[in-house]
Design a protein around this ligand. Structure first.
Ligand SMILES: Cc1cc2nc3c(=O)[nH]c(=O)nc-3n(C[C@H](O)[C@H](O)[C@H](O)COP(=O)(O)OP(=O)(O)OC[C@H]3O[C@@H](n4cnc5c(N)ncnc54)[C@H](O)[C@@H]3O)c2cc1C
Length: 533
C-alpha cells in the first residue's frame, strides 16, 4: 500500500484547506509555501464572496464611487506583517517587495497631524493628555495588573468618568475604535502594545501608511503572488460545517461541507491534510447605502463566518464561544463612509483648515460630534487607476444611534448626503456645502460586528490557534487567542497565520517576536512624561 493510500501523505502530497480569504488565510498560504514546503497547488482557499481579500477591501470607480469598508494604520511594530510583505513582490515594480514600497512611501510622506481633534470648527491644542492624578494612577495600575485579574471587566469599570473626557481618550479611542463598554483587558493589551506611540499620540507621527488603499497595496499583490505560485481560489464558496472524527484523543477534520452555486458538496480531508479556518469576521453582514439611501443593519448572520464558527464550536469547548462576540451587535456596530469627490475643492479646504496636505494628517476627529465622527484624507490617488481630478476620503462615526448635531437623525438612518451635510456643518464649510454636495458621492457602510473582537470576554472564549484537542485544525484571524498581541489589527491576523503554520507543521520555528516597547526604559520614560503633559 502506498503512503498516500495509507493516509500518511508526505509533505508534497499534503493538502491545505484555508477557509476565508482575508489576510489571515492569504498569509497562511504564503507561509505554507515559504516555510512549510507545501506544494502551492495543494493549497485551496475557500471564500464565500466573489473576491478575495476579506476585510482588506477596496473597490468601485470614479463614476460610481469608490468604497473601502476600512482604512488601516500600520506601525513599525507590525513585525509579522512586515515579514510577510518582505517576500511579496510589489505590483508596480516586481523588482522590489511590497515592504520596500511601504517603507519608501512613508519616508516620503510623513504623518504629522496638526488637527487631531476639532471642536466647534476650531483645532484643539492636544499637547496635554488632560489626565487627573487618579487617571494616571488607574493607567499605571492597569499596566501592572495581570491579565487574570480582569475577567470580563469593561473599560468604564476601570477608569473614572473624567478619563473619558480627556484628550488622551478621544485620541486613543478614535485611533483604535474603543468604546467605554469594551473589554478592559483588550484596552490593557493596547496600552502595552502601543506604549511607544504615547509620546506622539497627538501627531500620529508613528503611523505607517500604504501607498494606496490596503486592497491595492497589500491584498492584491499577495493574491497575485499566491496565484502565480499555483494556489487555488474557490470564490463564491460558503463553508457551512466541518465533520470530525476522533483519532486517539484528537478531533480530526474528516470533511468540509460547503455550498457552491447553490449546490451542497463535501470535500474529503485525509488524515494528514490540514484545515485552517478564519473564525468570525468584523465585516460580516456589512451593507452599503448610497447618496440618497441609508445602509441597512443586518443582524440575521446571513454571511457564513459566524454560523460556521457556531457549528464548529459544538464539537468541543476548546473551539471557543462565538456567541460572546456575535450576539451583542448594539455593542459592536458602527458605520464608516467613503467619499469620492469630483475635483479637489474639499481637499483644498481641508488643507487650508488643518495645515496638513492629504496623506500627512491622519485622523481628524470632530470631538463635539454626537456621532463622534472622524475622517482621514489619504495621499492621492488612493486607488490604482483613480483619475487625477478625483479625490477620495474615508471616515467613520462611533455613535450611529445618536442624532446628529445639525442633521436631526440618527447616523444609522442617514443617507450619504446627510452624513456629508453633518460633516460640512461641523467643519463650518456651510458656504460651499451645496457645491461640495453636488460634486461628492458618499457611500455609507454599516458594520454590525466591527468591534466584536473588543467585546468583554473570559478565558476560553477565544480558542487557541491550534487547540490541544485538534488533530489537523487551526483557527486563524481576529477571534483566535494570541498571547500579548492586539486584535483589530492586520498584524494579529498575520501572527495567527504564522502560529498556525509553524504549529501544525511542527516546524522548528517561532512566530516573529512581538515588539515590546514596555521592555525599553526610554519608551517607558517617554510614556510617563507624556502622561504628565
Ligand atoms: C473599518 C476598519 C478599520 C480598520 N483599521 C485598521 C487599522 O488601522 N490597522 C490595522 O492593522 N487593522 C485595521 N483593521 C483590521 C484589519 O483590516 C483586520 O484585522 C484584518 O483585515 C482581518 O483579516 P482576517 O483575515 O483575519 O479576517 P477577514 O478579513 O474578516 O476575512 C475573513 C474572510 O473569510 C470569509 N469567510 C468567513 N467565513 C466563511 C465561510 N464560512 N465560508 C467562506 N468564506 C468565509 C469572509 O467572507 C472573509 O472574506 C480595520 C478593519 C476595518 C474593517
Amino acid at each position: 500500500m502506498s503512503t498516500t493510500e495509507n493516509n500518511v501523505n508526505p509533505v508534497q502530497h499534503r493538502k491545505v484547506h484555508l477557509i476565508g480569504s482575508g489576510i489571515a488565510s492569504l498569509a497562511s498560504a504564503a507561509y505554507f509555501i515559504r516555510d512549510g514546503g507545501i506544494n502551492p497547488s495543494n493549497i485551496t482557499i475557500y471564500e464565500e464572496m466573489d473576491k478575495a481579500g476579506g476585510s482588506l477591501d477596496g473597490a468601485g470607480s470614479a463614476k460610481d464611487g469608490y468604497i473601502m469598508r476600512g482604512g488601516r494604520m500600520l506601525n513599525f511594530s507590525y513585525v509579522c506583517t512586515y515579514d510577510l510583505f518582505s517576500f511579496i513582490p510589489s505590483l508596480g515594480d516586481p523588482g522590489i517587495m511590497v515592504l520596500d514600497e511601504i517603507k519608501a512611501f512613508n519616508k516620503n510622506i510623513k504623518t504629522h497631524s496638526q488637527a487631531r481633534l476639532v471642536e466647534d470648527g476650531q483645532i484643539l491644542d492636544v499637547s496635554s493628555m488632560g489626565f487627573s492624578i487618579r487617571d494616571r494612577l488607574d493607567l499605571v495600575e492597569m499596566m501592572a495588573a495581570s491579565e487574570s485579574h480582569f475577567g470580563a471587566k469593561r473599560i468604564n469599570e476601570w477608569f473614572e468618568p473624567n478619563f473619558f473626557k480627556t484628550n488622551f481618550w478621544f485620541m486613543w479611542d478614535t485611533m483604535f475604535a474603543f468604546q467605554p463598554w469594551h473589554s478592559a483587558l483588550e484596552f490593557k493589551r493596547y496600552i502595552h502594545r502601543f506604549i511607544h506611540e504615547f509620546k506622539r499620540i497627538d501627531t500620529l507621527a508613528g503611523v505607517d501608511r500604504t501607498p494606496y488603499n490596503q486592497f491595492d497595496s497589500m491584498a492584491r499583490p499577495l493574491i497575485e503572488w499566491l496565484k502565480e505560485q499555483g494556489v487555488q481560489f474557490e470564490l463564491g464558496t460558503r463553508v457551512t460545517d466541518l465533520y470530525f472524527s476522533l483519532t486517539g484523543e484528537k478531533k480530526t477534520v474528516q470533511s468540509i461541507q460547503l455550498i457552491k452555486d447553490g449546490k451542497s458538496k463535501s470535500v474529503k480531508v485525509r488524515l494528514n491534510d490540514l484545515v485552517l479556518v478564519t473564525i468570525g469576521s468584523m465585516t460580516a453582514d456589512s451593507s452599503l447605502g448610497l447618496m440618497d439611501s441609508a445602509p441597512r443593519l443586518i443582524t440575521d448572520k446571513r454571511d457564513g463566518s459566524w454560523k460556521l464558527w457556531e457549528a464548529i464550536a459544538k464539537n468541543s469547548d476548546q473551539f471557543g464561544h462565538p456567541s460572546v462576540f456575535d450576539s451583542r451587535v448594539d455593542e459592536s456596530k458602527w458605520e464608516s463612509f467613503t467619499v469620492t469627490c469630483q475635483g479637489t475643492e474639499f481637499f483644498d479646504l481641508m488643507e487650508e483648515f488643518s495645515g496638513n496636505k492629504a496623506g500627512t494628517g491622519g485622523l481628524v476627529t470632530l470631538k463635539d460630534s454626537n456621532w463622534l465622527m472622524s475622517i482621514v484624507l489619504a495621499y492621492q490617488p488612493h486607488f490604482i487607476g483613480q483619475p487625477d481630478n478625483v479625490t477620495v476620503f474615508w471616515g467613520y462615526g462611533l455613535f450611529q444611534d445618536k442624532e446628529g448635531n445639525f442633521v436631526k437623525k440618527k447616523m444609522a438612518d442617514c443617507t450619504g448626503a446627510e452624513i456629508l451635510t453633518e460633516l460640512f456643518s461641523h467643519l463650518k464649510f456651510d458656504e460651499v456645502s451645496d457645491k461640495l454636495l453636488k460634486t461628492s458621492n458618499c457611500i455609507p457602510c454599516m458594520l454590525p460586528y466591527i468591534t466584536s473582537q473588543f467585546l468583554t470576554r473570559s478565558p476560553g472564549d477565544r480558542p487557541q490557534v491550534v487547540p490541544e484537542i485538534s488533530g489537523n485544525l487551526a483557527f486563524i484571524g481576529q477571534f483566535a487567542e494570541v498571547p500579548d498581541d492586539v486584535v483589530f489589527t492586520v498584524e494579529y491576523s498575520v501572527r495567527t497565520a504564522q502560529t498556525a503554520v509553524y504549529g501544525l507543521l511542527e516546524l522548528d520555528k517561532q512566530p516573529t517576536l512581538i515588539y515590546k516597547g514596555d521592555h525599553h526604559v526610554d519608551v517607558l520614560f517617554n510614556a510617563m512624561k507624556t502622561m504628565f503633559r
